[in-house]
Design a protein around this ligand. Structure first.
Ligand SMILES: [Zn+2]
Length: 278
């Protein structure tokens, strides 16, 4: 049975994310370490860290991931914002280590319509700076984008992985972003195309998580809008194929959906995914 997880809230305390996961029967989690629309970092003291670790040991779920803030753009032309992004990611990696989290998943940012190759070198230099200053046992996870940003094509993420040659550099595949970027996940052929590209360009072993979201937007739309499983344009059949795919089923499938009562990933989405596993 693949692990089915969810992005959960940390409101009221980091450790409460674990209670919320338990409430919706999630096998693993993703959390924000700081408000996603702000440049802030948070100084988590020993008490907060120990409370989280004690609960984690008791509840025993995982792997658990961090989702980076939305302001990060590793191709930014603004030196101040670039430095803030690098500093935030280094802080997040260090915090992951304290909290026994697998790593930070984040969006690389925008090439402002000029194409991946126009920013590739800059992005690689910035990733190298982050990795140099990060703990050696925490993954830095690049998420595929919905199409118009860096990482819309699997080959782009593959180029970064190949050039940096750092075993901590990993990839997360978001199903909604892949669909919006032109990978048709509604049937076997489309999924085969995606998996073959991942195997060739990135290596299946370098994928650590599948963000499991249906899509409000059309195939190839280039737009990032998540929908509940089965309510969107990918549909249940696509998720059934993904969950049971021999090369993917060992991965954690983590929900980032609006929820059936608009409160975020819920038990209903998790049950739905589990019902598709055979
Ligand atoms: Zn995602």
């Amino acid at each position: 049975m693949p692990l089915i997880g969810a992005h959960v809230s940390t409101a009221g305390g980091l450790d409460l994310s674990l209670d919320r996961a338990l409430e919706i029967s999630a096998d693993c989690t993703q959390i924000f370490l700081s408000p996603p629309q702000q440049w802030r970092t948070v100084d988590y003291d020993d008490e907060v860290v120990n409370k989280y670790l004690t609960k984690l040991e008791k509840i025993n779920i995982g792997p658990n991931f961090v989702h980076g803030i939305y302001l990060i753009n590793l191709a930014s032309e603004n030196p101040e914002n670039l430095q803030k992004a690098i500093d935030w990611l280094i802080w997040s990696q260090k915090t992951c280590r304290k909290l026994h989290l697998t790593g930070t998943n984040f969006h690389l940012g925008s090439h402002k319509g000029n194409g991946f190759t126009s920013v590739q070198k800059l992005v690689e230099d910035n990733l190298a700076k982050i990795l140099t200053n990060s703990p050696d046992d925490v993954d830095l996870i690049l998420e595929n984008s919905a199409g118009n940003a860096i990482g819309g094509k699997i080959i782009e993420l593959g180029a970064l992985i190949k050039n940096l040659k750092d075993r901590r550099l990993k990839v997360c595949i978001d199903t909604q972003h892949a669909f919006a970027s032109g990978y048709d996940l509604r049937d076997k052929e489309g999924i085969k195309r995606l998996v073959d590209e991942i195997a060739q360009e990135i290596g299946i072993k370098n994928v650590v998580m599948i963000h499991t979201n249906d899509s409000k937007m059309e195939l190839g739309s280039g737009r990032d809008r998540h929908e509940n499983i089965g309510e969107g344009l990918i549909g249940k059949n696509g998720f059934e194929l993904l969950l049971n795919h021999p090369q993917l089923k060992h991965l954690p499938f983590v929900l980032e959906v609006p929820g059936f009562s608009q409160t975020g990933p819920d038990q209903q989405n998790i049950d739905l995914l589990r019902s598709l596993v055979h």
